[in-house]
Structure formats: C-alpha cells, structure tokens
Design a protein around this ligand. Structure first.
Ligand SMILES: N[C@@H](CCC(=O)N[C@@H](CS)C(=O)NCC(=O)O)C(=O)O
Length: 221
C-alpha cells in the first residue's frame, strides 16, 4: 500500500487535528508543507489537487480527502482499533457536538482568509483583527466548558482521548498564540494537559514539525 501523503502546514490547526489522529492511529505518512503565509494554498498546482485551496488534505488508499473532520472520520473507520468517536449513540452525539462547537463555531471565524479579508479588504487594523480573533474564542469556550464538565474525566469525555480532544488541543494552541485568557476553563485545561502527555499529541505539536517535514508541494527543499 502506498504511503499516505499529507498536505498540511505546520501551524495550521485544522492540519494539527489530522496530524494528531494519524499519530494516534500509528499511520506512517509523508508530509508536504503548503506554506499558507506564502499563499501556496492558492497556487494552480495545489488547487488542481484540492479545489478548496485549504489544508489539510490527505491522499490515502487512492482517495484525496479534504475537510479535517471527514478525514478524521475516514481514519476512524479505516483504522478502528483506537476509536476517536464512541459507539453509543448519545455519547457519540456528545463528542461530535463538542468537536463541532470548535470546528464550526470558532475555527472558521478565525481562518487566515477571514483575517486577511478583515485587514486587506475592510481596512481593519492588526489590533482590531487580533481583537476579533480573541473575541470568537472567548465567546464560545465558556459554553464548551459547561458542556464538557459533567462527562469529562482526564479528557473531554471520560478518561481516554476522543475526537473532541483532537479538536480541543489545536484550538487552545491558537488561543494561546493570541493571549486568550484560559483560567476559567479547568475542564478544558485538564483535558489538554492529559492529551499532551500522550506521545501522539506531543509529536503533532507545531513546534515539533521540523526538518523531516520540509518537503513542499513541488518536491523537497
Ligand atoms: N473546514 C476545513 C477548514 C480548513 C482550514 O480552514 N484550513 C486553514 C488552515 S487552519 C487554511 O488552509 N487556510 C488557508 C486560507 O485561509 O487561505 C477543515 O476542517 O479542514
């Protein structure tokens, strides 16, 4: 079977989610960096393989998969040994709900192309853009804390990592980059701390994406 090719960017939180899942599932892959700051996601070459012009994308089993949650779902079905989503319907809905609160209600508002539009097209200052970024995280995390707390253990749901933790850790990484206060979210912080003790989460951290992951869309550099 061909080695999966993972199109990502070291600092992309949507790619970070998939990196965690690949490592939790023990899947060996080749990383290709799409430099978002340089606009490589909009290049003709990349748009030819991913019309959305976003990372992540995973080329696996002859499929070119886009959208991080669809990729997580594929990996969970294809490599079921360490499930990211519980099988029981109500537990499944709870974990998916926490995941979507991050993936749909926070992350899209803070995407690079949204921030660039605010600044370049609508003329907002960097301070205003940063305030926007912090606002949409701070506005949603209290509800996520409330939702998670009753069924949380060491992780957001119970004592093992689920897809909700896979979404949470990159989102809190983003929050810290923008100095969002996090002290009011003990459940989220506990889950993050326990997740980062696992090698799969630790190895997926942006700061650990070094020279071994330096090949680009067009080849090695
Ligand atoms: N819903 C998509 C979001 C992907 C996404 O927004 N990726 C960001 C990086 S975290 C991106 O490629 N941004 C490029 C841009 O905005 O131009 C997913 O979950 O995969």
């Amino acid at each position: 079977m061909a080695r999966p090719i993972f199109y990502e960017y070291w600092r992309s939180s949507a790619a970070y989610r998939v990196r965690i899942a690949l490592k939790l599932k023990g899947i060996d892959y080749e990383s290709r960096q799409i430099d978002l700051r340089e606009g490589e996601q909009n290049s003709t070459d990349y748009r030819a393989i991913n019309p959305f012009g976003l990372v992540p994308m995973l080329d696996i089993d002859g499929h070119q998969l886009t959208q991080s949650l669809a990729i997580l779902n594929y990996l969970d079905l294809r490599y079921p040994s360490r499930p990211l989503i519980p099988a029981v319907a109500a537990e499944r809905a709870h974990v998916v709900s926490m995941s979507l609160a991050i993936a749909c209600d926070i992350h899209p508002l803070n995407n690079l192309r949204v921030l660039k539009y605010l600044k370049d097209e609508l003329g907002h200052s960097q301070d205003q853009v940063d305030a926007w970024y912090r606002h949409w995280i701070s506005e949603r995390l209290p509800a996520l804390e409330t939702l998670a707390a009753p069924q949380a253990g060491k992780f957001l749901f119970g004592d093992g990592p689920t897809g909700a933790d896979v979404l949470l850790v990159p989102q809190l990484y983003n929050a810290r980059r923008y100095d969002v206060p996090l002290d009011d979210y003990p459940t989220l912080l506990r889950a993050e701390e326990n997740a980062n003790k696992l090698e799969a989460f630790a190895a997926a951290h942006p700061d650990r994406q070094g020279s071994h992951q330096s090949s680009t869309l067009m080849g090695s550099r």
